[in-house]
Design a protein around this ligand. Sequence first.
Ligand code: FMN
Length: 148
Amino acid sequence: MNQDSKKEQLFQIVYYSAGSRLMTSEELQHLLKDSRLYNEAKSVTGLLIYSDGCFMQWLEGPQAAVTELFRKIRMDPRHHSVTQLIGHETHQRSFTEWTMAFSSLQEASEEEQESFRSLSSLLDDDGPLSNAESVVKILTESFLRDNA
Ligand SMILES: Cc1cc2nc3c(=O)[nH]c(=O)nc-3n(C[C@H](O)[C@H](O)[C@H](O)COP(=O)(O)O)c2cc1C
């Protein structure tokens, strides 16, 4: 067996969306509990950020599991304007340790909070955000650094 055949074939999706209304912490905990059970069963890992009533979620795992989950998430009435920022194959997980990590950005720096807020322009009719990938990078890398 060569090195390549040992690599996992994975798919990664990142999206941004607006909550239909502000979620209570109980509702969020409930969502996370259900999500982690499902994700563990399907080998999906990732990060959910919820701040200012908006979500950014990173999903990674086997392609069929990630696309099926994203199909369900898109239809979920708890949010709307689901906008995909990233969708591609990958061979490596970034969130190996988390069936769904969570951050409300409360401990985040002003730069991180501002980066997250900049994603909300996606919800206006401004067209695609040219730096969406770099915003995702800032937010995920700082989460991974703070939670290493
Ligand atoms: C912002 C957001 C993120 C979600 N993330 C996940 C997730 O990571 N895993 C999961 O199983 N469900 C997640 N859900 C819930 C799904 O949308 C859906 O309710 C769940 O998969 C159950 O769907 P079903 O009843 O059709 O099986 C999320 C919902 C929202 C609003």
